[in-house]
Design a protein around this ligand. Structure first.
Ligand SMILES: [Zn+2]
Length: 95
């Protein structure tokens, strides 16, 4: 499955104008201790034929690859509530 790099072409000025903070956890809307706030987690978005893949199963091969890179590498597809596009490095007991 081809992996397409997420576009990050918006100018910084447009990001600064957003009314919502970029991280839900920092605004209290997400998980308070999310590794995203520590820059130790990322949510990747895979597309097939231009369609965003939301099923965790679509991310499994990448998740298995990620987990083999380091004992602390964690794939969200294994969470009790699967979050297949979540990839993190475990820190302080948080995945
Ligand atoms: Zn995530």
């Amino acid at each position: 499955m081809p992996i397409r790099k997420a576009s990050n072409s918006r100018p910084a000025s447009s990001i600064a104008r957003r009314s919502k903070p970029p991280l839900n956890a920092k605004s209290g809307a997400g998980i308070a201790h999310s590794l995203h706030t520590q820059r130790l987690a990322v949510d990747l978005q895979l597309f097939k034929d231009g369609v965003y893949l939301t099923d965790s199963a679509a991310y499994e091969s990448l998740g298995v690859f990620w987990e083999k890179l380091d004992p602390d590498a964690c794939w969200g597809g294994r969470f009790s509530k699967p979050d297949g596009n979540h990839f993190s490095l475990t820190f302080g007991g948080i995945k």
